[in-house]
Design a protein around this ligand. Structure first.
Ligand code: NG6
Ligand code: CA
Length: 516
């Protein structure tokens, strides 16, 4: 389906809606499926150059769709990256958008304009399945895991949710379905704390002998399924997940959401636990690569993508569905557990040719795999070097559904989201002019130029992950066109350009925006 056809369908849809005539149904809006991996690196999949791990399903998607080579999350860790994706706001504009503990309050206020609320307005039914990590409840009324859990996804635009509240390595290790803990047993109430030990269950610190996977840093609190986590919890035994089954459980929920909503336009945000730590793939994936748990988790992720593709095919929805596969931030090998991923990495390069990784201001912190397959597989096999970001999805999907600012969307909403729909549809290789990235240090992309602001305090190499952070007391300027690995710092030699870009970055940071 070309953009004209897509647009025509929307125009027709809106026309008939306005006239309250039901000849054209909402079912003709294309479905949208966004599969977001966790910590999947630019070099971790076949179509981006990996050879030590096979990712046939993601590669199939790239062959049938558009593969972006310069797509970014706006932050190099999860919470800020996902905050931006859902809210269309740069995370550094709002306090408290750093990596959240599992008992944090929701950081996107109910009723604000969000990616799902925009689509809902256009007639979509929205589901989120998988990792959430944007908080639940309010500061005044923190979550009680034993009663109604809200506000959460359902209060900011989703109609269905089945979530991992924070991360796989943070308590509570239970799924929350809509407003309650899945498989909850009232006789075994759940208590969670990030301050002190609750209950009398063993911790990894006290009882390393009980662990099947040991921490390398942090992660030494309550033991769940033989793995110690960040944070303490007690109770909820029947509700606790088994890490080996997380991918099966959430992939099944994602596919069921598609099945249940096949007759109306839907948006599915499927945020996998893979390939975040703890990496404990199902036994059927163990040993599928020579890289140990991390490689096998990539295979498991690819399997999840394949299940979604098959479901769309089986339900004959492929021709009416836009599917996007991407990642929330760059790769990390040792993220806190001794799962032998470092020893077994071999010559695999999680960041491809890029410098840095998760948490880094260098490109690998935020440049992520990003594949879009359009209805009718228009532009199949295209490779696009447009500069785009996950933060652009709210404005782009607003455009897709013919919603404009001031008309359908308040002028002040999604202030940092830009409409890159023409790039997503493969009509142009141009995305946005500027993109601010927040790793440990601030940086700005403009075309193929990149500046990183001086950061006199931060470590140059993370003592936990051993990743180069990009922090440097001196200004940095790179020309990525011929220096993709950010080796040649031009800031001194090209001080005028450096100054121009630094000023531009300040200007964007100081822009007055309404942050709900
Ligand atoms: C870090 C954790 C890391 C991971 C990360 C969040 C320690 C020492 N490290 O603080 O293991 O959980 O937070 O990852 O606790 S993210 O992908 O959700 O941002
Ligand atoms: Ca992440």
């Amino acid at each position: 389906m070309t953009r004209m056809t897509i647009r025509f369908i929307f125009a027709t849809f809106l026309f008939f809606t306005v006239l309250s005539v039901t000849t054209v149904t909402a079912a003709e809006l294309p479905n949208i499926v966004l599969i977001l991996a966790d910590d999947l690196g630019y070099g971790d999949v076949g179509c981006y150059g990996a050879v030590r791990v096979q990712t046939p399903n993601i590669d199939r998607l790239a062959a049938e769709g558009i593969r972006f080579t310069d797509a970014h999350s706006v932050a190099a860790t999860c919470t800020p990256s996902r905050f931006a994706l859902i809210s269309g706001i740069y995370p550094w504009r709002k306090r408290g958008t750093g990596i959240l503990p599992g008992d944090a309050a929701l950081i996107i206020p109910p009723e604000s304009v969000t990616l799902p609320s925009i689509l809902k307005k256009a007639g979509y039914t929205n589901g989120v399945v998988g990792k959430w990590h944007l908080g639940l409840g309010t500061p005044e009324s923190p979550v009680n895991w034993n009663s109604e859990i809200k506000p959460g996804p359902l209060e900011i635009g989703f109609d269905y949710s089945f979530i991992i509240p924070a991360t796989g390595d943070r308590v509570p290790c239970v799924f929350v379905e809509n407003h309650s803990v899945a498989n909850f047993d009232a006789n075994d109430p759940i208590t969670v704390s990030y301050k002190e030990k609750v209950g009398n269950e063993p911790t990894g610190k006290e009882h390393p002998d009980l662990l099947k996977q040991h921490p390398s840093h942090g992660h030494d609190m309550t033991i769940v399924n033989g793995i110690s986590r960040i944070g303490y919890m007690t109770g909820g035994k029947s509700a606790r997940w088994v890490d080996e089954n997380i991918a099966d459980t959430i992939t099944a929920k994602a596919c069921r959401f598609i099945e249940n909503n096949k007759d109306k336009p839907f948006f599915l945000y499927f945020a996998t636990h893979d390939i975040h730590v703890p990496r404990v793939p199902h036994p059927r994936f163990v040993g599928k690569t020579s890289m140990g748990a991390r490689g096998d988790a990539i295979v498991e992720f690819d399997w999840s993508v394949g299940e979604v593709l098959q479901t769309l095919d089986r339900l004959k929805l492929t021709d009416n569905t836009i599917i996007i596969v991407s990642s929330d931030n760059g790769p990390v090998v040792d993220d806190g557990y001794l799962d032998r991923s470092i020893e077994m990495l071999g010559d695999h390069k999680p960041n491809g040719l890029l410098r840095g990784g998760k948490g880094s201001a260098f490109e690998a912190g935020t440049r992520v795999p990003f594949i879009v397959r359009l209805p009718d597989k228009a532009n199949a096999g295209k490779v696009s070097d447009a500069l785009i970001s996950l933060i652009d999805l709210p404005a782009s999907f607003a455009a897709l559904t013919n919603q404009t600012k001031r008309q359908e969307i308040p002028e002040t909403a999604i202030p940092d989201s830009e409409n890159v729909l023409p790039a997503l549809l493969g009509e142009t290789n141009y995305g946005r002019e500027y993109l601010v990235l927040g790793g440990a240090s601030f940086s700005l992309r403009h075309g193929t130029q990149k500046v990183i602001l001086p950061n006199p305090k931060g470590q140059a190499i993370s003592s936990n992950t051993h990743i180069e952070t990009g922090n440097n007391p001196n200004p940095q300027l790179y020309e990525l066109k011929n220096d993709i690995g950010e080796q040649n710092n031009l800031a001194e030699k090209e001080s005028t350009r450096w100054e121009e870009l630094r000023t531009k970055l300040q200007e964007i940071r100081q822009k007055q925006v309404v942050v709900p």
